[in-house]
Write a protein of this length. Structure first.
Ligand SMILES: Nc1nc2c(c(=O)[nH]1)N[C@H]1C(S)=C(S)[C@@H](COP(=O)(O)OP(=O)(O)OC[C@H]3O[C@@H](n4cnc5c(=O)[nH]c(N)nc54)[C@H](O)[C@@H]3O)O[C@H]1N2
Ligand SMILES: Nc1nc2c(c(=O)[nH]1)N[C@H]1C(S)=C(S)[C@@H](COP(=O)(O)OP(=O)(O)OC[C@H]3O[C@@H](n4cnc5c(=O)[nH]c(N)nc54)[C@H](O)[C@@H]3O)O[C@H]1N2
Ligand SMILES: [Mo]
Length: 765
């Protein structure tokens, strides 16, 4: 095996090309190609029979929850309630391949570093706890008890509990999340950074301040009643494919769908339902009635333009466009917002959004006509410096027309990881309010720490600036998912100990602290047997519905433990038995009883999650209860905050291909965008390429520029693509090396992974 090159040692994927094939980007999503692609991976990974049996249990009542995205299940479920990418996620987890102690004896950590993310995870499921001792070249086996004792002793040795970081990725169940945060706070810190810090943190921050609730307000049924749906900065065809069924029925009801995206994404243009005859025959239903190819980071300007047009329409036909009653009874701040919007010039709106006034006025007409409007968004809005302001402009528009607290209307931040919303409800947050800490401390008879902990970016900085810390991760792939790969790699290397609870091997197991542990756990599809019998867990989807999930398959290895069992073992070794960890592990009902007493809205939790389909958490904003904000929802006025892009530079968004789940790479294709067998591609506007003398598929290097500092990513193939002038796109995690640790969104501190200033040059690699 080749010696790792420098970039791999610094935490990057190896700089090597695969074998690119290209075709025309698609104009609709799913249909038969979707089913075939999913089935191929299912057969390769899990075997056809086991795979299909598993898929029949997916998202069914009494079955297990899909580990892919957080989109809710419809009330009427079809036999195959899954989508292509859900099927891929399950196949990936239920694979027959195994990473054993022999595998680690054969491959040194350095060897493994020279492999791609795709290769690493494709080796199969982790099977037993492994340790990399100080200075060791290889991982070797360790018993569970010794692993817990090792972590406990490192934790207890720290000068302060705040020297430990406890990361969570959003696949953890509510039960695991609840006892994890309890353990961390009993240990003495609020250092609970999570993937949400890089994801919908901006949505939470914006919504909390505007409507008093950090979550979306719509239910799936609202999609059937909506007259207009705006979808900004989201690629549902790849990332939330089951949303396409909801959009299809909305479209068939005559709902106007406005897509706002720099790329013409297939899944926003059309959808062929893979479970309907017409869909199988490849006859797509058109989705977007208007497609606005906005410039990257142009959304705040676009939304202010929409508001300008809307206010003008109302001025010419008073009382027909705005909901004056709603504004008067339920909101504050309208006049200030009105004045701010009046002052914004159409020139500024057009320049920054890259859209014409006519296009924006057309979209405003859709809004003006609709009595029930939903706004959906995802990472295209949240990962920018002005993300919070942008999302608050969304809310301003909805408030101005009274589109909250009624059927068919509301805010819909479409969440990522399947239980990322539930983890937050359970207390995974570095700054939970005092009311929560009071309730937790009272229930378990301890004083929960009050000072806020670190979020993801602050955790990286803390580890980079001081050595000797402990990093623990409940799931995820911290190194590859976070910004500024070289910086983060050094931060992790500075730690005394890094330990991760994982199902699959990833780069975070290879760039480690002095000592490192891999703690392999059960996946969601697997049977979880504890002293008290078979266990189930619960999740909360993107629409606040809490439901049960029960794994059925034989675990990948007899040495795996459940996440709950791992946390209980570690907690007992670290903070002792004042909290009954063992009884929590024996029967998760005991955890749910505590959840019921601590988490508002979860009363009678054990009983309510028994009901098929689960229960919906109370959402105050949906009931127009704004008591948290003093009784009224708030308009927030913001000045436009354009990014200063120096002459000759481009703005890069780092996005997902169709064949990946975050840092998990299922394959090297991006079918809808016409890319096959290559991930190191850079999508560029044809004129921008011509201006730079860059030719099609020419290998290029990308340099990012921030605050006088340059960062480089080498060896990407330039792809001419339909996207606005000055805009570029490439996949993460390969491009995370370009995302500056210093560049974060105001208030939410989310890395600005969708607006990176870059230059492009012929490759030197
Ligand atoms: N199969 C699959 N499913 C997933 C995931 C996955 O990786 N794979 N990830 C899960 C997670 S954790 C999340 S958070 C979600 C992510 O779901 P998405 O947010 O859909 O994911 P991204 O690929 O980051 O796509 C962002 C979209 O926003 C657009 N965009 C980028 N910048 C801008 C902008 O400035 N303005 C506008 N209007 N649009 C912009 C891009 O062109 C792209 O279409 O998906 C979840 N589901
Ligand atoms: N440049 C750039 N960076 C981004 C983004 C972007 O758009 N651009 N998106 C950001 C977003 S939205 C998110 S949410 C983060 C995601 O960040 P993370 O959540 O940290 O990353 P994942 O890639 O989802 O984690 C994959 C790993 O999770 C482990 N795993 C899988 N299933 C389980 C399980 O059931 N239990 C446990 N314990 N482990 C499991 C496997 O070992 C796998 O290797 O990335 C962020 N990073
Ligand atoms: Mo996410």
């Amino acid at each position: 095996m080749s010696k790792p090159n420098t970039s791999s040692e610094l935490g990057e994927n190896p700089e090597e090309l695969a074998d690119l094939k290209r075709s025309k980007p698609k104009t609709w999503a799913a249909g038969l190609p979707g089913v075939t692609a999913a089935m191929r991976l299912v057969a390769e990974e899990a075997g056809f029979i086991k795979g299909n049996h598993t898929l029949l249990n997916l998202n069914q009542k009494g079955g297990f929850d899909c580990p892919s995205c957080a989109w809710p299940d419809p009330k009427k479920r079809s036999t195959f309630e899954y989508c292509e990418n859900g099927a891929k996620a399950v196949a990936w987890e239920t694979t027959k391949k195994r990473v054993t102690a022999d595998f680690f004896a054969k491959h040194s950590v350095d060897d493994l570093l020279s492999q791609t993310d795709h290769w690493l995870e494709a080796q199969g499921r982790l099977t037993e706890p492994m340790v990399r001792t100080v200075g060791a070249t290889h991982y070797t086996p360790i018993s569970w008890d010794d692993a817990f004792a090792l972590i406990a002793s490192e934790l207890k040795d720290l000068p302060t509990p705040d020297d430990a970081m406890f990361y969570t990725s959003g696949r953890a169940s509510n039960e695991a999340a609840f006892i994890y945060q309890l353990f961390v706070r009993a240990f003495g810190t609020n250092n609970l950074p999570d993937c949400s810090n890089m994801c919908h943190e901006s949505s939470g921050a914006a919504l909390n301040a505007s409507i008093g609730v950090g979550k979306g307000t719509v239910q799936l049924e609202d999609f059937d009643q909506a007259e207009a749906i705006f979808i900004l900065g989201q690629n549902p065809g790849t990332n939330h494919p089951r949303m396409l069924s909801a959009l299809q029925s909305a479209a068939q009801n005559g709902c106007q769908i406005v897509a706002v995206n720099p790329l013409k994404e297939a899944g926003l243009i059309g959808f062929a339902h893979p479970q309907e005859i017409s869909g199988i025959l490849g006859k797509p239903v058109s989705l977007a009635t208007q497609y606005l190819q906005i410039r990257i980071n142009g959304d705040q300007a676009f939304l202010q333009g929409l508001a300008k047009a809307l206010l003008a329409f109302d001025a010419s036909a008073p009382g027909t466009v705005l909901d004056k009653d709603f504004i008067a009874h339920h909101t504050a701040g309208f006049d200030a917002w009105h004045d701010t919007i009046e002052k914004v010039s159409w020139d500024a709106v057009e320049n920054q959004s890259g859209l014409s006034r006519e296009e924006i006025e057309d979209a405003a007409k859709v809004l003006a006509k609709s009595k029930k409007t939903i706004f959906c968004w995802a990472m295209g809005l949240t990962q920018h410096a002005n993300a919070v302001a942008t999302i608050q402009e969304v809310v301003n528009l909805l408030l101005a027309q009274g589109n909250l607290g009624k059927p068919g209307a509301g805010v819909c931040p479409v969440r990522g990881h399947s239980n990322v919303q539930g983890d937050r409800t359970m207390g995974i947050w570095e700054k939970m309010p005092d009311s929560f800490l009071d309730a937790l401390g009272k229930e378990f008879n301890f004083e929960a720490p009050r000072h806020h902990g670190v979020d993801t970016v602050a955790a990286i900085r803390a580890m980079a600036n001081e050595t000797g810390k402990v990093f623990f991760a409940l799931g995820g792939n911290f190194l590859s998912a976070t910004p500024d790969t070289h910086y983060t790699a050094q931060a992790l290397k500075n730690c005394r100990l890094t330990a991760q609870v994982s199902t699959k091997l990833n780069r975070s197991h290879l760039i480690t602290g002095e000592t490192a542990l891999i703690l392999p756990c059960l996946g969601r599809s697997e049977h979880d047997e504890q002293a008290g019998g078979p266990q189930s867990v619960t999740m909360e989807n993107s629409m606040g519905i809490v439901h049960r999930s029960k794994g059925k398959l034989t675990p990948a290895s007899p040495d795996l433990r459940s996440e709950v069992s791992i946390i209980c073992g570690l907690a007992a070794s670290t903070v002792g038995d004042d909290i009954p960890w063992e009884s929590f592990c024996d029967n998760y009902d005991a955890i749910r009883e505590r959840i019921a007493r601590v988490i508002p809205g979860c009363e009678n939790y054990n009983q309510r999650v028994q009901v098929d389909g689960g229960f919906t958490l109370y959402n105050a904003a949906r009931e127009l209860d704004f008591s948290k904000l003093g009784g009224q929802a708030l308009f927030h006025s913001h000045a436009l905050a354009p990014i200063d892009i120096p002459e000759g530079k481009l703005l890069l968004m780092t996005i997902r291909s169709h064949d990946q789940f975050n840092t998990t790479i299922y394959g090297l294709d991006d079918r809808y965008r016409g890319i096959k067998n290559e991930r190191r591609v850079l999508f560029l506007n044809t004129d921008d390429m011509a201006e730079r003398g860059i030719t099609t598929e020419q290998p290029v290097d990308i340099t990012s520029h921030f605050d006088g500092k340059e960062r480089q990513a080498h060896l990407f193939l330039a792809i001419p693509y339909d996207l606005p002038r000055g805009c570029a796109a490439a996949y993460f995690p390969e491009t995370n090396v370009l995302v500056p640790i210093e560049s974060t969104a105001k208030e939410s501190h989310t890395p600005t992974s969708k607006s990176i200033i870059i230059s492009v040059s012929p490759s030197k690699a």
